[in-house]
Design a protein around this ligand. Structure first.
Ligand code: ZN
Length: 291
C-alpha cells in the first residue's frame, strides 16, 4: 500500500470512528411547552426559544441547532400547526443560539436580526449560520395573523445586537443570555458591555410585560421568569459594580479582589462559586482601566 493509500485508509477509519462516536452520542432532549394559546417554548438540551403560532403562519426565534439537527424544532412547530414558518428572528448573534437555521430557510422563512448582528454574522461567515434577510434598527414590529411582535433594541448589553422581543397583548418578552432566572453572568461576561447592560435592564424593567422567556432554563428546569428576575439581575450587577469599585479604589489586585469579594445575597444562584471571580474581573477592568 502506498503512503497515499495508507493516509486514505487512516482517514476512512477515523471518519468511521467519529461517525460511530456521533451515533453513540445521545440526542439532546427536547420538549415543547405551551405558554399561552399562541405562544410556545421549544427547549433543546440547555437552550430554548419561543415560537408564535398564528392562522397565517409561524414566527419562530433562534434555531438553537448548533452541531445538531434542526428537525426536532421544525417537527415541534409542525406538531402544533401546519401553517408555514414565515419568520426566524435571532435574539442576538451568538452561534450557540442561532446556528443551524438552514432547514428553516429551505422552508421559505425570512430571517430577521438587529443590524449589528447581521454585520457580525456576515463578517464571521460561519457555515452553519444563515445570514439575516432583514435587519432591525431601533424598534420595529411584525404583525402576522392578528399577532403583533415588537422587536426592541435597548442598546448594548450582553452583545451589541440583542433584541427584546415583546408580545404586547400577551405581555411576554423573549430575550436571551442577560436576564437569567436567576443567575449571575456567564463566566467572564464575554461580549458584554459594562455599564450599558445596567441601563438596558432599567429599560426592560420599564416595559409593560409579565412573563420572561429566557434562552436557557433556570434551576430545576424552570422555563419562564418574571420582572423580579430583571430587577434582581440589575441589583446584582449594581452590587457587584459598587463592591469592585471600592476594591479598586483601595488598590486591591485582581487576585485579592477575586479572593475577598463575596456577595452572599446571591450565593444561592447557579454558578455563583464558579463565575463570581470572572464577573469580578470584568468589573475590575471597567473600574481600573475604563474598559
Ligand atoms: Zn449570548
Amino acid at each position: 500500500m502506498s503512503r497515499a493509500h495508507v493516509a486514505g485508509a487512516v482517514a476512512l477509519i477515523s471518519a468511521a470512528l467519529s461517525a460511530t462516536a456521533q451515533a453513540q452520542t445521545p440526542p439532546a432532549p427536547f420538549a415543547t411547552t405551551k405558554v399561552t394559546d399562541n405562544v410556545y417554548i421549544f427547549r433543546y438540551g440547555g437552550h430554548q426559544s419561543m415560537f408564535i403560532v398564528t392562522p397565517q403562519g409561524v414566527i419562530a426565534t433562534d434555531p438553537i441547532s448548533e452541531r445538531r439537527p434542526a428537525q426536532p424544532y421544525i417537527d415541534a412547530i409542525q406538531a402544533v400547526t401546519k401553517a408555514p414558518i414565515k419568520y426566524v428572528i435571532y435574539s442576538h448573534s451568538h452561534f450557540d443560539h442561532i446556528a443551524g437555521g438552514k432547514p428553516f430557510k429551505d422552508l421559505g422563512a425570512t430571517f430577521v436580526a438587529h443590524k449589528n448582528a447581521k454585520a457580525r454574522i456576515d463578517a464571521l461567515k460561519a457555515p452553519d449560520v444563515v445570514s439575516p434577510d432583514q435587519v432591525v434598527d431601533g424598534q420595529e414590529s411584525i404583525t402576522l395573523g392578528g399577532t403583533t411582535l415588537e422587536l426592541n433594541y435597548v442598546g448594548k448589553n450582553h452583545s451589541d445586537n440583542t433584541l427584546v422581543m415583546r408580545l404586547p397583548k400577551e405581555k411576554i418578552i423573549f430575550t436571551v443570555d442577560w436576564i437569567p432566572i436567576p443567575g449571575i453572568q456567564f463566566r467572564g461576561m464575554a461580549d458584554t458591555y459594562v455599564p450599558d447592560i445596567e441601563e438596558g435592564l432599567k429599560k426592560v424593567i420599564a416595559m409593560d410585560w409579565e412573563t420572561l422567556i429566557p434562552g436557557h432554563p433556570g434551576p430545576g428546569g424552570k422555563q419562564t421568569g418574571t420582572k423580579d428576575n430583571a430587577r434582581d439581575e440589575l441589583a446584582y450587577l449594581q452590587d457587584l459594580s459598587a463592591t469592585v469599585k471600592t476594591a479598586v479604589s483601595e488598590g486591591k489586585s485582581y487576585a485579592d479582589a477575586q479572593k475577598e469579594i463575596k456577595l452572599p445575597k446571591y450565593e444561592s444562584w447557579p454558578n455563583y462559586n464558579a463565575f463570581l471571580p470572572m464577573n469580578i474581573e470584568r468589573y475590575y477592568d471597567f473600574w481600573n482601566r475604563g474598559i
